[in-house]
Design a binder for this molecule. Structure first.
Ligand code: MV4
Length: 503
């Protein structure tokens, strides 16, 4: 087993990995950029090394600097977390050449899954269902027109080199294909340095359901159930849960077995996630494979009772999986909220700054994976995710009840956060009913502002409602929907009491 592991990351995931190291008696080593000197992961590590300026290219993406620290401190292995270098084959390769174990898949496995067209070619070989489309880049407009005609509109243009929606264009008719193809190519080139674009049949209003897989270095591959990740904003996941309200035991087994075939086709080892698009008829199609531990791994840990970071480290140390597929049980329900330093009342602009007060939730069924502490200053230089708040219960209703209770307890003073957004989502009737297709948030933002809710669009009523909402938000800032903790429906006696107090 490793004696010392370097964590090539920051924030909540670095803290998460440090915790696993401590529990396994492994010394955790942190690296940090100039603005992260006082951050939580540095404080919790056994040793910490400055690696450069705030810009990621000067620090968390700087392979030579990170490997130099690994050599100097005598690290046996490196855990990349997610983001940064976690899916960079050159980094995995460099670790291996330096004799330092990369805790993740091999560079080759990453390369097979990094290009979406290469991944689709792998899937064809493995007999995995994927969205009808082209398995190579489009050579010309003529090529695209013929492929789209064969597949049938609407079609989706996609960047071969990327994910996350960049370079993606939905095309409903042939006349629109030329401009969409040029736009997709340009965006892909700018985002990934590779303008290769391919084409798929568009799945309208899809669900995003992903399967966690785990493979050791002795040929054993298992799936650990699925996660529902359809509630996204601009291709960023906002809330994730396990199990998916849409998936029954039979579908879980079918998706799991396909996910295992995907991993085996790529000679995959360690933790990975196979993403699927699911249509209204519950058909599922391979979308892409993420060759890293994901942000939302805690919901899988809670419903399986497994620690995925422990297992990643054990697999990297050459141990066989300590269980078989039939030993894996899904029990209860877990829902995760990604807490961001951003202002939902100001177009979600980042809200960096000093955390002057931090009231954190706990109690039954609450897990908090956080990189924050009171007095810490949130830097502007990185992704604004501060923490993840996860509610676990014996069923979905209890998980929701615990999570909404915990969100009311959560207060971060000195900066804005999106905590109030989650109350609105979790209390939304469509969410409670499990109606989670990917357009959920767009619909919620369009229809649930106070001015429109319940006034069926009558302008005079809408104006009156807006004034009323404005008055309440001034008189009771904590309870206003945009406030940190204020669920839109703060109880009447609290509002009355506060109003009387003010008169
Ligand atoms: C699609 C699609 C519809 N049809 N592919 C979004 C980013 C990347 N993960 C793939 N995505 C999509 N691919 C076809 N053929 C719709 C989306 C999509 C989406 C998918 C899952 C969750 C949220 C989404 C939001 C917008 C678009």
């Amino acid at each position: 087993m490793f004696r010392k592991i370097l964590i090539a990351n920051r924030g909540e995931i670095a803290v998460r990995i440090i915790r696993a190291c401590r529990e396994m008696g492994i010394l955790p080593v942190a690296v940090y950029s100039d603005v992260d000197r006082a951050s939580l992961h540095v404080r919790k590590a056994e040793e910490a090394y400055a690696i450069g300026a705030a810009a990621a290219a000067e620090s968390y993406l700087n392979i030579p600097k990170i490997l130099d620290v690994a050599r100097r401190c005598g690290a046996d292995a490196i855990h990349p977390g997610y983001g940064f270098l976690s899916e960079n084959p050159a980094f995995a390769q460099a670790c291996s050449e330096a004799g330092i174990k990369f805790i993740g898949p091999t560079a080759d496995a990453m390369r097979k899954m990094g290009s979406k067209t290469k991944a689709r070619q792998q899937m064809e070989k493995a007999g995995v269902p994927f969205v009808p489309g082209t398995s190579r880049g489009l050579d010309s407009l003529e090529d695209a027109l013929q492929a789209a005609k064969r597949i049938g509109y609407p079609v989706m243009l996609k960047a071969a080199a990327g994910g996350g929606g960049k370079g993606m264009r939905l095309v409903h008719q042939p006349e629109d294909l030329k401009s969409a193809l040029e736009a997709a190519r340009g965006e892909a080139q700018r985002a990934f340095g590779d303008g290769e674009v391919y084409l798929e049949k568009a799945i309208l209003n899809p669900r995003h359901i992903e399967v966690q897989v785990l493979a050791d270095e002795h040929g054993h591959t298992v799936y650990l159930g699925e996660r529902e990740c359809s509630i996204q904003r601009r291709h960023q996941k906002v809330i994730e849960e396990a199990p998916s309200p849409l998936v029954d035991a039979a579908m879980r087994q079918r998706m799991g077995e396909v996910a295992v075939r995907v991993a085996q086709a790529a000679d995959y080892t360690n933790a990975g996630t196979v993403e699927f698009l699911v249509d209204a008829e519950k058909n599922f199609y391979f979308l892409e494979m993420n060759t890293r531990l994901q942000v939302e791994h805690p919901v899988t840990e809670l419903v399986t009772g497994l620690d995925l970071v422990h297992l990643q480290i054990r697999i990297a140390a050459g141990e066989p999986l300590p269980f078989r597929q039939e030993d894996i049980q899904i029990r209860g329900h877990a829902i995760e909220c990604r807490i961001y330093a951003e202002d939902p009342d100001n177009n979600f602009f980042p809200s960096p700054g000093k955390i002057t007060l931090l009231l954190t939730p706990s109690g039954p069924g609450i897990r908090r994976d956080s990189g924050m502490y009171e007095g810490w200053t949130v830097p502007l230089d990185y992704d604004p995710m501060l923490a993840k708040l996860i509610g676990y219960g014996s069923d979905r209703q209890q998980a929701i009840a615990r999570l909404t209770r915990a969100l009311r307890e959560y207060f971060v003073g000195g900066i804005k956060t999106n905590i109030s957004l989650f109350q609105r989502i979790l209390l939304h009737p469509d969410f409670q009913a499990g109606k989670l297709e990917t357009g959920f948030l767009d619909r919620m933002f369009q229809t649930s502002s106070p001015a429109e809710a319940g006034t069926d669009g009558n302008p005079e009523d809408a104006k009156a409602a807006a004034i009323a909402a404005g008055i309440f938000s001034v008189l009771d800032p904590v309870a206003s929907p945009g406030g940190q903790n204020g669920p839109a429906n703060r109880s009447a006696w609290k509002k009355t009491a506060r109003l009387e107090g003010l008169q």
